[in-house]
Design a protein around this ligand. Structure first.
Ligand SMILES: Nc1ncnc2c1ncn2[C@@H]1O[C@H](COP(=O)(O)OP(=O)(O)O)[C@@H](O)[C@H]1O
Ligand SMILES: [Mg+2]
Length: 587
């Protein structure tokens, strides 16, 4: 309990120093909380440390916190306030209706972020809200298995007024492109679209519009772009001798640019992106399912090893958000969201990401809430999330931050500045939080930030340890989605069509060469025959031999094959949406 002693001692010192400042700050904090509509996006101009008091809160402040979290409508229970000891009578909550205003869960490694994610996901599911979570390290899969009680756990939950019973959430396990366990998630190149593809390939504006022309060419000629090899083959074709006329027909696409795009595409494949592209494409509405008994399905994307492959992860994510954005109707304010996303280890998303990618994510995060979708980023420090994205996150659950290095200290001060004013010395408190505790502020029902609250979090009711592979395998085996999405279809697409065409052209060249050779030989033969005849019948008249050139077809094989449009099962009637993905006509 040295931890608690230290905290109480620190708190006492701070209290002695700043009782007066505290009262003033409290009045100010109340005033600013009441008038500022969205301070989460406008950091307080003065640092919270101006109050220079670190709690415990006095009766009045405690009452303000109690009132600040006493929402009338349904809410997710985050935990109870810690004021020296946990105070079960002062619960800290987040209105269910505000979970589409997005959130951040941050904190150093091992401070309880993933468990917080699990606590929120379990309750969303129980409230009938489907959840999609990217499980990078595999430590969220316990959500599929009921938890096991022990004395320590029950002491904790009793202390915060949590009536703990073991419970699992209905879980569907997914994998990227069938790598690992789970229902494979794939998308076609065609539905991914040229705009987003340019972004993940890091193309410049000229190259981006060129890629648009390539997609257009493929659309026009009924060449289905299913996987990356389809697009590669189209580019190879356009830059080959056979494709010369076609390339010239596409105004504005140079052979050099097509070559550059081709190279980038090859790089992209080498980063492992191939597995994500193909048929059968996932219908993103699968992530919106609710069980017959009204619980939201937790879609868990298991991503072992993706840390070494962030390009793949961000590519997928960008597509997923854009596709959902295009699919879902505007809904305005709902009493609960249609879907909530959790991105654990979100630094992987943004580290090294292109400006275009960040812009895209920012735009999506801003717009998608009106479609009833909430997004929670889970990461070590708020610094991992671009400022423009951070400004969109209405709720914050900040676990312990370390302050070992000068960089840490700077990050800490920056974090503190983004909080509304409070009765805490956040710079001190944030480094003292115990595991499973956090500094919380959420967006209340009026869209204003709730009072800052030092919170001990609830414990997950499902298992805190990963579900063993065997258990996951059973889930997948009984999944109704698996049979639909596991077959890898390799339809007659651009690659097959153009390869056949290029082979045909090569074949024709060979035939022509053979014919020419035959003609030469025949001419030689004829000459010899002539000479012989001449010699034999020198008195008779000479004879000439004419020979027709063999028929090499002469028609345009390109248009023959391209025009046939046979087996083009994938090409759909398309209108490209804001993100360049397809609006699909779905069955
Ligand atoms: N809300 C909680 N209730 C009970 N134990 C918790 C809670 N949060 C964290 N813990 C404990 O701390 C450990 C680390 O938590 P975790 O969420 O994995 O940390 P992080 O994701 O920040 O690295 C957990 O395995 C668990 O033992
Ligand atoms: Mg974690």
């Amino acid at each position: 309990m040295t931890d608690a002693d230290a905290r109480i001692e620190a708190a006492r010192r701070a209290l002695e120093e700043a009782t007066a400042a505290l009262a003033a700050a409290e009045a100010e904090a109340e005033a600013s909380a009441a008038t500022e509509p969205e301070p989460a996006s406008e950091p307080a101009t003065e640092p919270a440390t101006a109050a220079s008091a670190s709690g415990p809160l006095d009766e009045q402040q405690l009452e303000a916190v109690r009132a600040g979290y006493a929402f009338e409508a349904a809410a997710l229970e985050i935990g109870a306030i810690v004021n020296g000891e946990a105070v079960p009578g002062v619960p800290v909550r987040i209105p269910l209706a505000m979970t589409n205003r997005h959130g951040l869960v941050a904190g150093a490694t091992g401070t309880g972020k993933t468990k917080t994610l699990q606590v929120l996901a379990e309750q969303l599911s129980a409230a009938g809200v489907p959840v999609f979570a990217a499980d990078i390290k595999g430590d969220l899969s316990g959500i599929a298995t009921p938890g096991e009680p022990n004395d320590k756990l029950l002491a904790r939950t009793r202390g915060i007024g949590q009536d703990w019973v073991p419970a699992a959430a209905p879980t569907e396990v997914f994998s990227l492109g069938g790598r690992g366990l789970g229902v494979p998630i794939r998308a076609t190149v065609s539905s991914f679209g040229p705009l987003m593809l340019s972004k993940v390939l890091g193309l410049n504006k000229t190259q981006e519009s060129s890629l648009g022309l390539v997609f257009h060419f493929a659309d026009e000629h009924g060449l289905a772009l299913v996987d990356l090899s389809d697009l590669r083959t189209v580019l190879q074709y356009l830059t080959s001798a056979e494709g010369k006329t076609e390339l010239e027909g596409i105004g504005g696409l140079s052979k050099q640019t097509a070559g550059v795009i081709l190279r980038e595409l090859v790089n992209f494949s080498e980063q492992g992106a191939d597995i994500f592209f193909g048929e059968t494409e996932i219908d993103t509405r699968e992530f919106l399912r609710v069980t017959d008994d009204g619980r939201g399905v937790v879609s868990l994307l298991e991503l072992p090893g993706v840390a070494s492959n962030p390009a793949l992860f961000s590519t997928f994510l960008m597509w997923l958000l854009a596709d959902l954005f295009n699919e879902l109707p505007e809904v305005g304010d709902l009493d609960k969201p249609k879907l909530v996303f959790f991105f654990d280890e979100a630094h992987l998303l943004f580290s090294g990401a292109s400006k275009a990618f960040i812009e895209q994510i920012t735009q999506t995060v801003r717009l998608i809430r009106s479609k009833g979708v909430g997004i929670f980023f889970v990461t070590q420090t708020p610094k991992d999330v671009p400022d423009d994205v951070l400004a969109q996150l209405g709720s914050r659950i900040q676990h312990q931050l370390r302050a070992h290095t000068p960089d840490d200290a700077t990050a800490l001060r920056q974090t503190v500045r983004t909080y509304p004013r409070s009765g805490y010395d956040l710079e001190a408190v944030l480094t003292q939080l115990a595991t499973g505790e956090a500094i919380v502020t959420v967006m209340n029902e009026k869209g204003a930030p709730s009072p800052v609250a030092w919170t001990r979090l609830r414990a997950p009711q499902a298992s805190m340890s990963p579900t063993p592979d065997e258990g996951l395998r059973q889930l997948v085996a009984s999944s109704s989605l698996y049979p639909r999405y596991s077959p890898v279809l390799d339809p007659q697409s651009a690659h097959e069509v153009l390869t056949a065409k290029m082979n045909a052209a090569a074949e024709r060249e060979r035939a022509e060469a053979a014919a020419a050779e035959a003609e030469k030989q025949a001419a030689k033969d004829a000459k010899e025959r002539e000479r012989a005849e001449k010699a034999a019948r020198s008195r008779t008249q000479t004879r000439t031999t004419t020979r027709a050139r063999p028929d090499t077809g002469g028609g345009n094989v390109v248009s023959d094959i391209l025009g046939s449009r046979t087996g083009q099962t994938i090409v759909r009637e398309v209108v490209r949406g804001v993100f360049g993905t397809l609006f699909k006509k779905r069955r």
